[in-house]
Design a protein around this ligand. Structure first.
Ligand SMILES: Cc1cc2nc3c(=O)[nH]c(=O)nc-3n(C[C@H](O)[C@H](O)[C@H](O)COP(=O)(O)OP(=O)(O)OC[C@H]3O[C@@H](n4cnc5c(N)ncnc54)[C@H](O)[C@@H]3O)c2cc1C
Length: 359
């Protein structure tokens, strides 16, 4: 089917390329513009590895692309309360590479887009002064970029992190490290021969002392030394109940900029995948797309409230959590976590994950 019409997508990341692919397949002329000089997302995170819970089959079906070759089942994931290790369940969790390398999710989506006839204009950023004159079917998929949030009026919070990455043959493994020195966590993930390590806080700088504590943990507990730490910062849509929005300034929001991410852990990949498809639908059927977007973000406010009212009360007391976990032992601590995840999934704010999957 060939339809009349041209659509511009800003952002050649996960969500932008899924939107572009779906529209091109329906016969639209699609041009994707990105501020970088090639696909692979922001150069700050290229290459990087991420971990996400995902209903892989249902998500592939929903977005119309089999993404299974880019997602690698996790072999193990550990939660550390300071030094105390609790192995986590891995079922339904995957590692994925973001980069311009052939093994990345980006490369897979880029190939699909080219085959579907999508054109790309690299080195072409969205500019603040053009926002008001863009056609209403323009899709904005600029990820975690504070300038784009400013142009569109998306409320956001700054994040700060120490980042290290490099090569490693360790297979699909990740840890999550909780310590009082950061508001969120230290986490590392390994896949496709590389690792990506981040010590990360929302709304608060991460000082050199926090990095020293993290490095000390890595060397004592994991027998790992990593060099080349860089201090990075960025922005993420504020986790407030009315933030997820499909339309702003009459334009279509897609991926992280739409706010469709899990407000508890910050998982953004599953939301980027499904809202890529939803934003393509918004070009052809606005009402149906609104309905789909509301369905995928239906638990956002509840999960947000849990984080603010329960988790942030507990979070500064890692010492207490550690003490309790040591008393219970890893097995019983794990059972408590599994029960928490089981209940959490019922009201999961992660699109594409949970008993309802994508449906
Ligand atoms: C450090 C870090 C670690 C993360 N770890 C995880 C994780 O482990 N698990 C998880 O589920 N999620 C994680 N996330 C979140 C997840 O990566 C994002 O939510 C997801 O990649 C967003 O997809 P997207 O399509 O919205 O944007 P992206 O895939 O980031 O694509 C955005 C694209 O827009 C381009 N762009 C930016 N500004 C402009 C502009 N002005 N004009 C034109 N183009 C522009 C960029 O170059 C990029 O190509 C992490 C995010 C960060 C920053």
């Amino acid at each position: 089917m060939v339809v009349e019409g041209k659509v511009i997508v800003y952002g050649a990341g996960i969500s932008g390329m899924i939107a572009a692919f779906n529209l091109a397949r329906e016969g639209y002329e699609v041009v994707v513009r990105d501020r970088e000089e090639g696909f692979g997302g922001s150069r700050v995170f290229n290459p990087s590895t991420h971990v996400t819970p995902l209903d892989l089959e249902a998500t592939s079906e929903y977005i119309g692309i089999d993404i299974s070759t880019a997602f690698h089942p996790m072999e193990s994931i550990d939660l550390f309360l300071h030094d105390y290790r609790i192995p986590l369940p891995v079922a339904g969790s995957y590692a994925v590479e973001r980069s311009s390398r052939p093994t990345s999710l980006d490369a897979l989506l880029y190939r699909h887009c080219l085959e579907a006839g999508v054109s790309f204009e690299f080195g072409r950023p969205l500019r603040g002064e053009e926002v008001d004159s863009l056609s209403p079917n323009t899709i904005i998929a600029c990820g975690l970029n504070p300038e784009a949030y400013d142009y569109l009026g998306v409320p956001y919070i700054h994040w700060y992190a120490w980042m290290a990455r490099g090569e490693s043959s360790k297979p699909n493994y990740a840890w999550n490290w909780l310590d009082e020195s950061v508001t969120e966590y230290g986490y590392i993930s390994f896949c496709n021969g590389i690792y990506f390590n981040l010590l990360f806080s929302y709304g608060k700088e991460v000082d050199a002392l926090a990095l020293e504590r993290y490095q000390d943990f890595m060397s004592r507990v994991m027998d790992m030394e990593m060099d080349g730490w860089e201090y990075i910062q960025g922005a993420v849509p504020l986790a407030v109940p009315d933030n997820p929005r499909l339309f702003r300034k009459n334009l279509i929001m897609c991926g992280t900029i739409s706010g469709a991410m899990d407000p508890f852990m910050g998982f953004g990949i599953s939301g980027a995948l499904v809202t890529g498809k939803v934003s393509a639908l918004a070009v052809t059927n606005k009402a149906k797309a609104e309905e789909e977007f509301a369905r995928f973000t239906r638990n956002f406010a509840r999960v947000f409230q849990f984080k603010r009212e329960v988790w942030y009360g507990l979070r500064p007391r890692v010492d207490l959590m550690e003490e309790l976990a040591r008393i219970l032992g890893p097995q019983r601590s794990l059972s408590l976590i599994v029960e928490g995840i089981r209940r959490g999934r019922k009201s999961s704010a992660i699109p594409g994950f949970g008993p309802l999957g994508c449906h």
